[in-house]
Structure formats: structure tokens, C-alpha cells
Design a binder for this molecule. Structure first.
Ligand code: SF4
Length: 195
């Protein structure tokens, strides 16, 4: 079972293809107390002896805007409250806010990262801009590399989502070339095609 948790709909990007990017009401953030209530309700339908893995998928907007302290608190809560349960955490992020603290936290709680990777700078900056319309490629790449180091070190699988356009198809790197450059054990791309 996948439990999608959206503690915030806010995002620091304004990707042109995103249904959230022009939504001015999307700055809502859940309180930690509310998320804990939701998790307790989820627990009522789970069984500790169930061998099927329950994934807590932290999603947004940009979920890391919810903040380090909230994630630390909620991961510690889950670790205690769901002891003996078969679960894992996954975070879907644009990687722009990852820092050393988040990396340490994700390592401590075995959090899997899933992120968007749209191709070259040319492709990326056509679609992925910040709130002021400025391109986001360079900071994203720097932070992505930091994320890559973490992922490689932790030997986690990499889950990347890729939004492609007819004009960008020939520029998208092949998964095999990404794998050879980054030394990944495995890489999964989930292309989405928009016209
Ligand atoms: S980073 Fe994700 S949530 Fe944010 S605007 Fe882009 S697609 Fe939307």
C-alpha cells in the first residue's frame, strides 16, 4: 500500500507543466499534529504481521518546504509507533532544498528519494523555472549531485520522473549512460509525455 502524504502544496518552483505552479492558494502547510493524526488513522487499517510493505510517500508541492524539524519529529514518531510494521518512507522532491541535515536524516531513517530529471539544461530551463521565472537548472544540478552522492553511498535505488516533449526526446540521456556515469546500481525512469 502507498500512503501519499502531502504536508504542503507549496513549491519554490513554478514548472510550466505543473498544475500547482499557478495556484496561489497552494501555500497551505499541515501541522505536525494533523499529520500524526492521519498516521494514527492509517495505523488502524494496517497489521504488524502483514508482509506487504506500506510506503509513506511524502509528496507536495515541494515536500521539503515542510521543514527539517517536522520530518525529524514525524520520522521519530513513525519509528516508535509503527515498530514491528513493514513500512518505508519515500520523498518526492525537486532536490533544491536538500542539505546535509536532510541527508543525515534520510540516511538515519532509510528514506528513499524520488526526484524529477527533465534532461539537459536547455530542456530543463524551458519548463522548470522558479516563481520569478528564472531558470532552475544550475542549482538543481549542484544539489542533485549532492543527492547522488548520498544515494550512491546508501546504495539506494534511484527513482526519477522525467517530463518529455516532442522537441526534447532526442536530447534525453539514455538510462544506461546515466548509470555508467553515476555508478548507480540501478536506475528507473518513468517518462511522462506531454504534447
Ligand atoms: S517542482 Fe514539482 S511541485 Fe514544484 S512546480 Fe515543479 S512540478 Fe510542480
Amino acid at each position: 500500500m502507498i500512503v501519499v502524504l502531502k504536508p504542503t502544496y507549496a513549491c519554490n518552483f513554478a514548472c510550466k507543466y505543473c498544475y500547482l505552479s499557478n495556484d496561489t492558494k497552494s501555500f497551505y502547510q499541515s501541522s505536525l499534529e494533523f499529520i500524526i493524526k492521519v498516521l494514527l488513522q492509517v495505523k488502524e487499517v494496517l497489521r504488524p504481521q502483514d508482509k506487504r510493505v506500506t510506503t509513506f510517500l511524502w509528496h507536495g508541492g515541494e515536500p521539503l518546504l515542510w521543514g527539517y524539524d517536522n520530518y525529524k519529529a514525524v520520522f521519530e514518531f513513525v519509528e516508535k509507533e509503527f515498530e514491528g510494521y513493514n513500512y518505508k518512507h519515500s520523498v518526492q522532491t525537486n532536490l533544491s532544498l536538500i542539505n546535509k541535515d536532510f541527508i543525515e536524516l534520510f540516511k538515519r531513517f532509510n528514506v528513499r528519494l524520488s526526484f524529477s530529471l527533465d534532461g539537459t539544461q536547455e530542456i530543463h530551463d524551458l519548463q522548470r523555472v522558479d516563481k520569478s521565472g528564472s531558470p532552475t537548472f544550475n542549482p538543481l544540478v549542484c544539489i542533485t549531485l549532492l543527492g547522488f552522492c548520498f544515494i550512491i553511498e546508501s546504495r539506494f535505488g534511484v527513482f526519477a520522473s522525467l517530463t518529455a516533449f516532442p522537441s526534447s526526446l532526442s536530447l534525453i540521456p539514455q538510462p544506461s549512460s546515466i548509470a555508467s556515469i553515476t555508478n548507480f546500481l540501478s536506475i528507473f525512469l518513468s517518462p511522462s509525455f506531454l504534447s
